[in-house]
Design a protein around this ligand. Structure first.
Ligand code: ADP
Length: 343
């Protein structure tokens, strides 16, 4: 869907912001660009919608070179969400979102209807919030308006630059979850910049770790990144709490649940879904403070998870990774010579 080949950016003052970058993003994928400040993440993002022009290399969207396209038309297909949401302070929320459909020539009535739908979609009741001004919303709510506005043109691609950076950690996690849920529904192709490795691991289908000087240090799934960092820099950046981080990327497995035998459903208290991560399961277990948590598959109780189950699941998950790494190491780097060559 999006492919960067040999893309580099050197600013006029000689700063090399991005070096020889190869990166591909598949349709419907959410890719996080993560790394310390100043390593070229925002520059990379802005090259995709031509807010910044690359010095070298080629960027294609759906096979078409973006340099052959009119920048204004190009940006219509690309939603852009930034941290400092950039709402118009003197316009009501609904008008802020309407701006985009109006820009594309929709009638006022259609634009208003679309804006209301979008506010609903991002969890803001349009009746309650639509008539407010930006300063009358919380930071998290303003961020949702920013997402609604970016979605207004229904772009297939969304670029997000530290979209949840300006809100406190609790709201941040809530916005991340909401966005993931939204993303499953909308199926956009998303590139998201963050300096927060936890956010990257939590949100990304794949994560690109950038190092100083605009070098791509590793591009892999969160699980691969945690299990098998490419170098010391990535290992450091990903941190030493690998085992714990593994919790966020490991799903519950029915095999690690204990049977419900003899427990009355009424006694089970709160329940979590079978498709929860181990992290969510553990958090729920701690919240409930009963040493176990009931697990449901849809409406049906399928078992209870205990701390032993969490441990077993985590061990199995880490063991799987070890096995994958070993079999990858055993695989010959070059194919064995065929019979012809042995003659
Ligand atoms: P990140 O998003 O990872 O924090 P940026 O892409 O914003 O990094 O910046 C990468 C590097 O390019 C930094 O060293 C930054 O100072 C430099 N840079 C960014 N914009 C400009 C500019 N307009 N002119 C010169 N240098 C810039």
């Amino acid at each position: 869907m999006i492919s960067l080949t040999g893309v580099g950016k050197t600013y006029p003052d000689g700063t090399v912001a991005v070096q020889e970058l190869d990166l591909d993003v598949r349709r419907g994928e959410l890719v996080c660009l993560v790394g310390p400040s100043g390593c070229g993440k925002s520059t990379t993002l802005k090259m995709i919608n031509r807010l910044i022009e690359p010095s070298t290399g080629t960027i294609r969207i759906d096979g078409a070179d973006i340099m052959d396209q009119d920048p204004v038309k190009l940006r219509r297909g690309i939603g852009y969400v930034i941290q400092a949401v950039g709402l118009f302070p003197h316009e009501r929320i609904v008008q802020n979102v309407m701006t985009v459909p109006l820009l594309y020539g929709e009638s006022k009535a259609t634009a208003r209807q679309r804006a209301n739908e979008l506010l609903d979609l991002v969890g803001l009741n349009p009746g309650k919030y639509g008539r407010r001004y930006p300063h009358q919303l919380s930071g998290g709510q303003r961020q949702r308006v920013g997402v609604a506005r970016a979605l207004a043109a229904n772009p297939p691609v969304l670029l997000m630059d530290e979209p949840f950076g300006a809100v406190d950690p609790v709201v941040r996690v809530r916005l991340q979850d909401e966005f993931l849920r939204l993303q499953r529904e909308l199926d956009k192709t998303v590139v998201l910049v963050t300096h927060d490795i936890d956010e990257a691991v939590r949100m990304g289908d794949r994560v690109a770790v950038f190092a100083q000087g605009g070098r791509l240090a590793q591009y892999a799934t969160p699980a691969e990144l945690l299990a098998d960092p490419a170098d010391e820099f990535v290992a450091d950046f990903v941190g030493s709490t690998r085992g714990l981080r593994r919790l966020t990327v490991t799903r519950l497995d029915p095999g690690h649940l204990e049977p419900l035998d003899g427990v009355r459903t009424g006694d089970l208290g709160a329940a979590i879904d079978l498709d929860s991560s181990l992290e969510e399961a553990l958090a729920a277990m701690l919240r409930e403070d009963r040493g176990m948590i009931a697990v449901k598959d849809g409406p049906r109780f399928v078992g209870v998870l205990t701390p032993n189950g969490v441990h077993a699941a985590l061990r199995a998950s880490l063991a799987d990774l070890e096995n994958e790494r070993e079999s990858a190491a055993e695989r010959p780097a070059t194919p064995a010579p065929g019979p012809d060559l042995e003659k």
